[in-house]
Design a protein around this ligand. Structure first.
Ligand SMILES: Cc1cc2nc3c(=O)[nH]c(=O)nc-3n(C[C@H](O)[C@H](O)[C@H](O)COP(=O)(O)OP(=O)(O)OC[C@H]3O[C@@H](n4cnc5c(N)ncnc54)[C@H](O)[C@@H]3O)c2cc1C
Length: 379
């Protein structure tokens, strides 16, 4: 390892942007590349908001990671004098007959030092009467969590990275020879070439195409429709001053973010949609999706039953087969790292992932087996 290795990071979304920043802070020279820019409309990090929660059920290590990530988000807010976290609280409604997921979350929240309350349906009703609690049995409330300003964060991370001496180039990396360790450097879309000592590919839903051998179908991109509804005039019961971020665990898992910054009340279904091409896919929501969400909205938030749809957004999840992240060296190329597989829950962890990848690469450490590509041999 040279004393100041040159690292090329490809992808300036939630995983790549933070990785580039932390590599720089650990003494590397870093060139960050992105085909369309930080938090662009095609990327999985694109969009205005993302939920920051610690409730994760037994599927760990994400509760602890989210605690570390929140600390890093807050450090950066102070350093850059920007607000990323909107501390509305997160309310996790338990409507499904089985509540093992929620029960198993509680000791892990405690262990990670994340503040939470267990609330009965009656207590929830008292605090947030605008929610219809029919079939809700109990709830977890994380008062210190909320939502993150996603696009703003991606762009601010890039600004901070540049201010600290990083280099950025808007260009697409062509797949030529990257599975062989980028032996001759990278070929870029403008015809130029870029050589570095190490390469980190944080290309979200594009990872499978770039690495057909190492990743292939182990990152599957699914279409996810997001809806924004306009609350009634003068009614602030559905905005961030009065309503927390909420998640409703029923047969389907539906979640939402209160209206904020002039945006409507955001609501989406976490069920995996159809396969989606992140480059050329048309970003229009389905008519069926609108109907399902409208019916749900009228049921759970009766005051919103006549609310008009004011905006929509189509994003894609980049799913790994077990929904765990992928953070590993390429099995055939020591100098190539892959970071991705956010699987619909990666954004909040961006700073913790960035810190982890920088540490692994600079200290030549092995990643956690949970994140390694070898686990996919069984798929
Ligand atoms: C609708 C929706 C809701 C979500 N909600 C939440 C949530 O509430 N909380 C949460 O924590 N997470 C959430 N997620 C998940 C989270 O947003 C993602 O897991 C995370 O943003 C993935 O970041 P990434 O950096 O891996 O990928 P991306 O953001 O996709 O970044 C990859 C980047 O690589 C670039 N790129 C790709 N190929 C090339 C190439 N060949 N050359 C150069 N550049 C390239 C792209 O332009 C892109 O900018 C949600 C996702 C969606 C879609």
């Amino acid at each position: 390892m040279p004393s100041k290795p040159h690292v090329a990071v490809i992808g300036s979304g939630a995983f790549g942007g933070w990785t580039a920043l932390f590599l720089l802070r650990r003494g590397a020279r870093v060139t960050l590349l992105d085909a369309w820019g930080a938090g662009n409309a095609r990327s999985s990090s694109g969009g205005e908001t993302r939920i920051m929660r610690g409730t994760y059920g037994p599927d760990q290590p994400y509760t602890k990671m989210s605690a570390r990530a929140l600390q890093l988000w807050k450090d950066q807010e102070k350093r850059w004098n920007r607000q990323f976290l909107h501390r509305t609280g997160v309310l996790w409604l338990v409507s499904a007959p089985e509540d093992d997921f929620e029960r198993d979350s509680l000791p892990l929240l405690r262990e990670a030092g994340i503040a939470y309350e267990e609330l009965s349906a009656a207590e929830v009703k008292k605090r947030w009467p605008q929610i219809n609690l029919e079939d809700v049995r109990w709830a977890i409330h994380e008062p210190d969590r909320g939502f993150l300003a996603a696009r703003l964060a991606c762009q601010t991370v890039l600004e901070g990275f540049l201010a600290e001496g990083g280099e950025f180039k808007q260009a697409a990396v062509l797949p030529d020879g990257i599975e062989e360790g980028c032996r001759n450097g990278l070929t870029l879309s403008d015809g130029s070439r870029l050589s570095a000592d190490h390469y980190v590919f944080a290309c979200g839903p594009w990872l499978g195409r770039l690495f057909p051998d190492a990743v292939g179908i182990c990152v599957r991109s699914t279409k996810q429709d997001v809806f924004f509804f306009g609350p009634p005039a003068g009614d602030d019961r559905f905005s961030e001053s009065k309503l927390p971020v909420w998640a409703d665990h029923r047969e389907r898992f539906i979640y939402g973010i209160p209206a904020s910054d002039g945006y409507g009340f955001k609501i989406a279904d976490d069920t995996r949609g159809p396969e989606f091409d992140p480059t050329s896919g048309e970003r229009t929501v389905s008519a069926d999706g609108i109907k399902t969400i409208r019916d749900y909205l009228a049921f759970r938030f009766p005051g919103m039953k006549d609310a008009p749809l004011v905006d929509t957004h189509v994003c894609q999840y980049e799913n790994s087969p077990d929904n765990h992240f992928i953070i590993d060296r390429h099995p055939a190329a020591e100098n190539v790292w892959i970071a991705g597989g956010g699987s619909g829950h990666g954004f909040k962890h961006g700073p913790a992932v960035g810190e982890m990848v920088a540490e692994l690469l600079m200290k030549e450490k092995a990643p956690d087996p949970l994140f390694q590509l070898a686990r996919f041999r069984k798929w």
